[in-house]
Design a protein around this ligand. Structure first.
Ligand code: MN
Length: 524
């Protein structure tokens, strides 16, 4: 028998059905997460940091949200005791991804400082050859690596390592910082965890649960101003806002220009400077959106023939290399096919790939490793650099391979749901019970339910271009974002099965429950 939530199901039963569906065994620990902690060996690292408080320390981060937050958190913590601590985030095009000896040495020369201690955050775990170069030139330099990426070789040139794949770079940076400071910024750790798309369970749920509370009550000045320019209500901040509003704004400046402006925003206490930086980041985000939209439009024209016969989306063009990952992500999401998007705007072309669960993209690409200059990634996302003359060879080989790999696989993207529900259970007390599972995100999605045989009592399209669909089922409002085109195929009186999540809609001062439609099943 499938579980059916009815109007008489007690909210506590609903909650326990949802927790069980998510595989949660310790309900209390999930609903009231403890303060974040991970059992790691912090002592050797703290000793080295303490021994260098009166010397020159450099924190070397990354250009994405997680890397920038990780840098800011540790910088703030160390600067309470050390007057000579500096921070560096690499430039996407000038420095590239990962720790680079050249970037470190250039920064040292430019700032006219000889560093005594180098600490990486959100990078460094695979940079042994780079550390070796530096130690040869500066044998006295101490090196600490803190990172959450997968390790490969041993790091013999390094003095201490803090490594765990359980959380993000900012999460690790927070855990270390909280050992040396009372005021380590948990809010920034939450931002890094969400932006790095980590599952919001275990330590990451602890970080985001408590970090959101800190951000609502007492954000750093930079985040406060960034929330203001993004029109966010501070007291109602959610994990969605971290992933889709604040994260993209911190990322955008590093995609198109210099990410150190984003770092400066998080570190500055000067209200005037912070206001300026918040608007700057907001403006960069607008340009990023425009460039992204234009690139997607161009890509869709280029791939219209491919879509008819191929199971791989492969597009190359004069795209901005900072946004190709976003374009690939959008194309894969829209067409539910793996995608490769290549920018040929620089002498060496850069590619970004996104995939679906039926195809391991990094394994597929590795079959043609001799075509790449550089290649790295995961089963669902990868990046590479390639000589422009090799692109068409890659296209032919990879398309052929993917076509045969996905030939017999079911490519429909079925939407999962937590339980079946009757319309009578759509009420505020149940919505409150469901909210106890927040924060929602990857690995802990907002619960959705199957509703069977709902009769459409009214329908209309809304939005400036009629892009959204508004339905009513027996007095209960329902909205389907970007479902406007379904309007023609539905009639009042039709009976439909839908998958939807529960939401509250406030309009004219009244708050009523409504269904957020994720899918309307095909009528038989
Ligand atoms: Mn990271």
């Amino acid at each position: 028998m499938p579980v059916i939530i009815t109007s008489s199901t007690p909210p506590l039963d609903l909650l326990s059905i949802l927790l069980k569906k998510r595989g949660v065994t310790d309900f209390q620990a999930f609903l009231k997460p403890p303060v974040p902690s991970l059992d790691l060996d912090y002592q050797p690292i703290i000793k080295i940091i303490e021994a260098n408080y009166d010397k020159n320390i450099l924190i070397y981060g990354d250009y994405d949200v997680d890397g920038i937050c990780a840098t800011a958190i540790l910088y703030q913590a160390i600067s309470e005791k050390c007057k000579s601590v500096y921070s560096f985030v690499p430039h996407r095009e000038i420095d590239g991804y990962g720790f680079k000896a050249k970037s470190f040495l250039d920064y040292q020369t430019k700032s006219n400082i000889t560093f005594d201690l180098l600490i990486t955050v959100d990078n460094g775990i695979v940079a042994q050859p780079e550390f070796k170069k530096i130690k040869k030139l500066f044998p006295e330099l101490k090196i600490i690596v803190t990172d959450h990426h997968l390790a490969d070789d041993s790091l013999e040139s390094v003095d201490a390592i803090l490594h765990s794949t359980d959380t993000s770079g900012a999460g690790l940076s927070y855990l270390l910082s909280s050992q040396i400071s009372q005021r380590a910024d948990l809010g920034l750790a939450a931002l890094g965890v969400v932006a790095d798309c980590l599952p919001l369970t275990g330590i990451n749920r602890q970080i985001v649960f408590h970090g959101l509370q800190e951000l609502r009550l007492n954000p750093c000045l930079g985040i406060k101003k960034l929330m203001a320019v993004s029109n966010l209500r501070t007291d109602a901040l959610t994990s969605y806002d971290l992933g889709f509003i604040l994260g993209p704004r911190i990322n955008a400046v590093g995609r198109l220009d210099d990410p150190s402006s984003a770092l400066k925003l998080l570190l500055s206490n000067d209200p005037k400077e912070v206001s300026g930086l918040a608007s700057l980041l907001n403006d960069f985000n607008k340009s990023r959106q425009d460039i992204q939209k234009e690139s997607i439009d161009i890509s869709e024209k280029l791939i219209s023939d491919q879509l008819k016969s191929e199971k791989l989306i492969f597009v190359s063009g004069d795209f901005n290399p900072g946004i190709i990952g976003l374009v690939a992500g959008r194309l894969t999401e829209k067409y539910n096919l793996p995608s490769v998007v290549i920018s040929t705007s620089l002498p060496v072309a850069k590619g970004s790939c996104r995939s679906i669960k039926q195809l391991n993209i990094i394994e597929s690409l590795r079959k043609y490793h001799d075509l790449f200059i550089d290649l790295g990634g995961h089963p669902l996302a990868a990046g590479f650099s390639i000589d422009i003359q090799n692109i068409s060879k890659l296209k032919n080989k990879l398309t052929k391979y993917v076509n045969s790999e996905l030939k017999d696989k079911d490519l429909t993207n079925k939407i999962d749901y937590d339980a079946q529900m009757e319309l009578g259970a759509v009420k505020p007390i149940n919505i409150k019970a469901i909210a106890k599972l927040e924060p929602f995100g990857i690995g802990n999605s907002k619960p959705s339910f199957l509703f069977k045989k709902l009769t459409i009592s009214s329908k209309k399209v809304i939005g400036s271009t009629g892009e959204h669909l508004k339905l009513k089922f027996n007095g209960v409002d329902a909205i389907g974002f970007k479902m406007g085109e379904l309007d023609k195929s539905l009639n009042i009186g039709d009976s439909v099965d839908i998958i939807a999540s529960l939401d509250l809609n406030t309009w004219n001062g009244y708050t009523t429950p409504q269904l957020l439609i994720k899918e309307i099943m095909e009528k038989e």
